[in-house]
Write a protein that binds this ligand. Structure first.
Ligand SMILES: [Zn+2]
Length: 335
C-alpha cells in the first residue's frame, strides 16, 4: 500500500474472492513503470492514498468464479488492468481506449501476492501465458499495449524517420517497434547507461547532451526535420519544443502525459503554415492488447534487457527508493 508520497507499507489482507465472472491471479511477476513512480512521488488524482498500486503483472490462476471456463486454477496467465465496456459511444465508434467506463473495472495492486481480475478483463484482455515465455516478459503486456496503440495512431510509413524523445522503457519500446516496422527511429536520451543500453539493443541511440536535439536532427535530415517526433519524456519543455523538430507536414505525438492542470504553448504559425499535426495517444484497445500479446509470444522483442534488477515483494520500498534516484529502467517485483 502506498500510504503517502514515498511511503510504502506491506499489509496483510484477506485472500480476495474471485469477482462474479472473474478470476484471482497469484502474482509471479510485476513490473514498475513511470506511472507507478509518479504515483509514488506525488500521488495520483485517480488513486487516493492509502492505495494499492502496480498494474503490470502476470501469474497463475489461484481461483475462478462459477461459470468461468476459459481459465482454470493453475493456468499461467497474462492480462492488462482494464477492459472497455463495449457499449458506450466511444466503444461503439472504434475508440475503445476512450471508453467512458474504462476506470470502473481498473485493477490496481500488482505489488501483492494475489490480485482479483474482473469479468470484463477476463473476457477481453486476458491470455494464457505461453510456457516458453517467462512471467517477467509476460508482464510487459500492458506497457507494450500502450506503445502498440501509440504507433497505430501515428501510423508511420516504412522508410520514414521518426525521432523518439526520451530513452526510458517507453522510449526504447517505441524505437524497437518502429524499427520492426521498417521505420528509421532516432532515439534521444540523456542518461549515459540508457544511451549505451539502447545502442546494445541495436537502436540508433543518440546522446541528447552532446548537442541540441534540433541540431542533430537538422544534420541528419538535411535541415528538413524528421517525419514525426514522439514525446516520451513528459516534460513541458519537450512538449513545447517537439513541433520544431518535425518537417513541414510532419506529425508530433505526445505519448507521455503531463501533470494535471499543465498548460503548454506552441507557435501557431509553425502549426498552421507548416501544417504540423499534433496527436496524443492514450491507453489501448483490445486489438492493441492482442497485437502486444503476439509480439511477446513470438519473442519479437528483447524485453528482458529493459529490466534493471529484481526484488522480492518485501523489498519493494527499497526498489522504489532506487527508482526514485533514476538509477533503474524497470524493476521486477517477484512476490
Ligand atoms: Zn465503453
Amino acid at each position: 500500500m502506498l500510504v503517502s508520497p514515498k511511503t510504502i507499507e506491506l499489509r496483510e489482507e484477506a485472500v480476495p474472492a474471485a469477482p462474479p465472472g472473474g478470476i484471482v491471479v497469484r502474482v509471479r511477476a510485476a513490473l514498475t513503470d513511470g506511472t507507478d513512480l509518479k504515483t509514488y512521488r506525488r500521488g495520483h488524482p485517480k488513486m487516493p492514498m492509502p492505495t494499492r498500486f502496480g498494474h503490470e503483472f502476470s501469474g497463475d490462476v489461484a481461483s475462478v468464479a462459477t461459470g468461468v471456463t476459459a481459465f482454470a486454477v493453475g493456468d499461467p496467465v497474462m492480462c492488462v488492468h482494464t477492459a472497455p465496456c463495449g457499449q458506450c459511444y466511444w466503444c461503439r465508434n472504434g475508440q475503445e481506449e476512450l471508453c467512458e467506463d474504462l476506470l470502473s473495472t481498473m485493477i490496481l495492486g500488482a505489488y501483492s501476492d494475489l490480485i482479483a481480475v474482473p469479468q470484463r478483463v477476463v473476457e477481453r484482455n486476458c491470455f494464457h501465458k505461453p510456457l516458453d515465455i517467462g512471467y517477467a516478459q509476460a508482464a510487459f503486456l500492458e506497457p507494450l499495449s500502450c506503445v502498440v496503440h501509440s504507433i497505430e495512431l501515428l501510423a508511420p510509413v516504412p522508410g520514414s524517420t521518426v525521432a523518439v524523445i526520451g530513452n526510458g522503457g517507453f522510449g526504447i519500446l517505441h524505437a524497437l517497434l518502429l524499427q520492426r516496422r521498417g521505420v528509421e527511429a532516432l532515439l534521444f536520451g540523456r542518461r549515459p547507461q540508457r544511451v549505451a543500453l539502447a545502442r546494445e539493443l541495436g537502436l540508433q541511440s543518440i546522446d541528447a547532451t552532446a548537442s541540441p536535439i534540433g541540431d542533430i536532427i537538422a544534420e541528419r535530415t538535411g535541415d528538413r526535420g524528421v517525419d514525426a517526433a514522439i514525446e516520451c519524456t513528459g516534460s513541458i519543455e519537450m512538449w513545447e519544443r517537439a513541433p520544431s523538430l518535425v518537417r513541414r507536414g510532419g506529425r508530433v505525438s505526445f505519448f507521455a502525459g503531463l501533470p494535471a492542470e499543465s498548460r503548454v504553448s506552441f507557435d501557431a504559425a509553425r502549426l498552421h503554415y507548416d501544417e504540423v499535426q499534433l496527436i496524443a495517444p492514450f491507453h489501448f484497445t483490445p486489438r492493441d492488447v492482442r497485437s502486444a500479446y503476439e509480439l511477446i509470444a513470438s519473442h519479437a522483442l528483447p524485453l528482458s534487457a529493459l529490466i534493471s534488477d529484481g526484488y522480492s515483494l518485501d523489498r519493494i520500498a527499497e526498489a522504489f527508493r532506487r527508482l526514485d534516484t533514476g538509477d533503474a529502467l524497470k524493476l521486477l517485483i517477484e512476490p
